[in-house]
Design a protein around this ligand. Structure first.
Ligand SMILES: *Cc1c(COP(=O)(O)O)cnc(C)c1O
Length: 373
């Protein structure tokens, strides 16, 4: 049976031409030509003053924590639902993650939880624009200003997502993005940090390039730094994708709307919709088994995989994992952990693939429910 992939890119002649150009011409005086073009194009697209391209999104998150000077003894309030890189990046600098619950409708941070979790040690809030949906940034920024907290936006899944007309990642102090192969725009690996603050930009740039300070002496380093630069060839690929971002969002919207048409009244699966004020990138089709549907989520995922339909379970709640155990309850995050599903939304999906995914999902769930009776 034909594979229905969970994720995968849209590649055209433009990407091939740009990569070819980088391989042939991206050396000597022009060794970083495509990196500079990408950073400029991306900063313009999201409406930020500064952009730094990185090897991956996780590096951008780590640089954000370093630039803000987070370290041991500091607490950062983090949405409990995310890919684990979000929390790990804070651990790299020794900061403590304090996990906040999410809103069940969007899986984005519940802003009311932030205020409950603030202590004298809280230095920052790390929100995640989950599944290409935007967090309630008006509320987050209001709380952050009142308590003098920095705001990092993990926008790794939300290239192409706007909140009240502003691109996600360009609202808080620092935003981070990923171009890993499953994201809406890809470079294989690749990341980006954006900010409007020149000092934060300089610090992030410094840490990401070994803390080199050639002003003191050539090849001098004034602190422990990292080699987090992107390759010029990868930058060329991502540049082509960013120049096509409207097309990429439109294609994801086609897939999302086709799913919505088929699943809106589904008795088993509850598909999530973008919140008010958010113009999403439609990158993901997420949801949960409805309450009362007594089917085993993991078995459903396995049985779909057996038919070469690549489902994924929701992320495990980060607070349950060994480095991060905590005691306060985050029930909405835990529900998604147990009952959450991610449906295939690869750029290559056709109408008949989406119909097959929905048909098979219904059939398998019904079989599982019958087996129980
Ligand atoms: C993909 C992703 C990351 C990590 O990005 P990489 O480029 O894979 O390092 C971080 N946070 C979220 C929410 C992501 O989806």
């Amino acid at each position: 049976m034909k594979k229905i992939p969970l994720a995968g890119p849209s590649i055209t002649q433009k990407e091939i031409d740009y990569v070819h150009d980088a391989v042939v011409n991206g050396w000597y005086e022009t060794y970083d030509m495509h990196i500079k073009k990408l950073e400029k194009a991306f900063a313009e697209y999201v409406g930020s003053k500064y952009a730094i391209a990185t090897y991956c999104g996780t590096h951008a998150l780590h640089l954000a924590a370093l630039a803000l000077g987070l370290g041991p003894g500091d607490e950062v309030i983090v949405a409990d639902q995310s890919y684990i890189a979000t929390a790990h990046a804070l651990s790299y600098v020794g900061a403590k993650c304090v996990f906040a619950d999410v809103v069940p409708d969007t899986l984005c941070i519940d802003s009311r939880q932030i205020e409950v979790l603030i202590t004298p040690r809280t230095k920052a809030v790390m929100v995640v624009h989950f599944g290409g949906f935007a967090c309630d940034m008006d509320a987050v920024m209001d709380i952050a200003r009142r308590h003098r907290l920095a705001v990092i936006e993990d926008a790794c899944q939300s290239v192409g997502t706007f909140y009240h007309g502003i691109h996600t990642g360009a609202i808080g102090d620092i935003g981070t993005f990923s171009f890993q192969g499953s994201k809406i725009a890809v470079g294989g690996e690749g990341g980006m940090l954006v900010t409007n603050d020149e000092a934060l930009y300089q610090r992030a740039k410094h840490y990401g390039t070994f803390c080199r300070n050639d002003g003191i002496q050539y090849l001098w380093s004034d602190d422990v730094g990292y080699n987090y630069r992107i390759s010029n060839v990868t930058a060329a690929l991502i540049l082509a994708q960013i120049e096509r971002i409207d097309q990429l969002v439109a294609n994801k919207k086609r897939i999302f709307e086709s799913y919505w048409e088929k699943l809106r009244d589904n008795p088993y699966f509850e598909m999530l919709l973008p919140p008010a004020g958010c113009e999403p990138n439609y990158g993901y089709v997420l949801g949960c088994l409805r309450d009362g549907v007594n089917a085993n989520r993991d078995e459903l995922v396995r049985r779909m995989l057996d038919m070469n339909v690549h489902f994924r379970p929701g992320y495990p709640s980060m607070h349950r994992m060994p480095p991060y155990e905590q005691t306060h309850a985050v029930p909405n995050s835990d529900r998604y952990d147990r009952r959450g599903l991610v449906l295939p939304t690869a750029h290559s999906l056709e109408e008949e693939d989406i119909a097959r995914v929905c048909g098979e999902m219904n059939r398998v769930i019904e079989e599982m429910l019958k087996g129980k009776r």
